[in-house]
Design a protein around this ligand. Structure first.
Ligand code: ES4
Ligand code: ZN
Length: 308
């Protein structure tokens, strides 16, 4: 689609091609994360981080994506002995090269930011060490997120670390409201994350519609907290059974501030990899008008961690 697009929710480690002997039919988020954690072991040196980032930015630029905010997970890489600075240097060099040398089909430039992400299942002690390792790079790394498996009471556990990260200058977002299983990966974890962490953006967040009182959806609309929605990922990881079950139409009609994103483009089929395909499949399924599609790109641009 020639529409200019902004990608606010993509994991660097999720852009790597899925290992040969695995297919794109995951049984659950946990099933996917097992494959994803193995796949990222290929990243060893600053050069590897550079190459994977630049390869993704090339595909994004070809797809008329004008700005990208990319998550990376320092903790598993640190555990393998890779220095935080090597990750940041490698990713940053690719971003610099992309912004100088790449252009989109319409002749625009591409810009990108990086956001480090805590792997929530590793716990707060690991997250604290990760924050200390990332602190020298604030600014070059614009924000902090939380992803991977949902654990009970994660909003309560991570809120103090988020406050610390914020005081260091990191912008805040977190994965929440992604699962449909009643756990803290579902709407109640999202509700508490909104209160305790007060993020600018929630990654996924579509389960706000499941609060039976309706208050969470109301709060999301009232605060205009931005939701980086990834409907194809949710269907692919079996959070929902099919795209038709996604409440995208209801989110839009309720006045939520949303964007459409790919999440882990390396792990899905060729037909779902590019943001254009996410837009096209969602547009077909939910009868999105051209105005609505353009508004999604505008909302994404406004919600980017570019400057405040
Ligand atoms: C992820 Cl929590 C979560 N959901 C979907 N994709 C992911 N990639 C990394 N963490
Ligand atoms: Zn994600």
């Amino acid at each position: 689609m020639a529409l200019p697009k902004v990608e606010l929710h993509v994991h660097l480690e999720g852009t790597i091609a899925r290992p040969e002997n695995t297919d794109a039919n995951f049984m659950s988020l946990g099933d996917f994360l097992g494959v994803y954690d193995k796949g990222m072991e290929k990243l060893q040196t600053a050069r590897d981080f550079h190459d994977v980032t630049l390869a993704y930015l090339r595909r994004a630029a070809d797809d008329e994506v004008r700005h990208v905010e990319m998550f990376f997970d320092p903790e598993p890489h640190m555990e393998r002995g890779i220095a935080a600075g090597a990750m940041v240097d490698g990713i940053e060099e690719a971003i610099d090269t992309a912004s100088r040398e790449l252009s989109t089909p319409a002749g625009a430039h591409i810009t990108a930011n990086m956001i480090f992400s805590w792997q929530r299942n590793r716990g707060v002690r690991s997250a604290e060490a990760c924050l200390q390792a990332m602190a020298p790079y604030v600014g070059r790394v614009v924000g902090v997120g939380t992803s991977s498996d949902y654990v009970a009471s994660w909003p309560e556990q991570y809120a103090p670390l988020y406050h610390k990260a914020e005081s260091l200058g990191f912008r805040k977002c977190c994965h929440a409201g992604e699962l449909t299983d009643g756990s803290d990966g579902d709407w109640s974890g999202m509700e508490r994350a909104l209160k305790l962490i007060d993020p600018e953006r929630i990654d996924h967040g579509y389960r706000c519609v499941a609060d039976p009182s309706g208050r969470l959806l109301e709060a999301v609309v009232e605060k205009q907290v931005h939701l980086t929605v990834c409907p194809l990922s949710n269907a692919r990881l079996r959070c929902i059974n099919s795209l038709a079950e996604h409440p995208l139409r209801r989110l839009i009609d309720s006045g939520c501030n949303i964007s459409l994103n790919s999440d882990d483009p390396g792990y899905v089929s060729d037909a779902e990899r590019h943001l254009t395909q996410v837009f096209a499949l969602c547009s077909d399924q939910f009868e999105l008008s051209l105005d609505e599609l353009a508004n999604i790109s505008k909302s994404a641009a406004r919600a980017a961690f570019i400057s405040e």
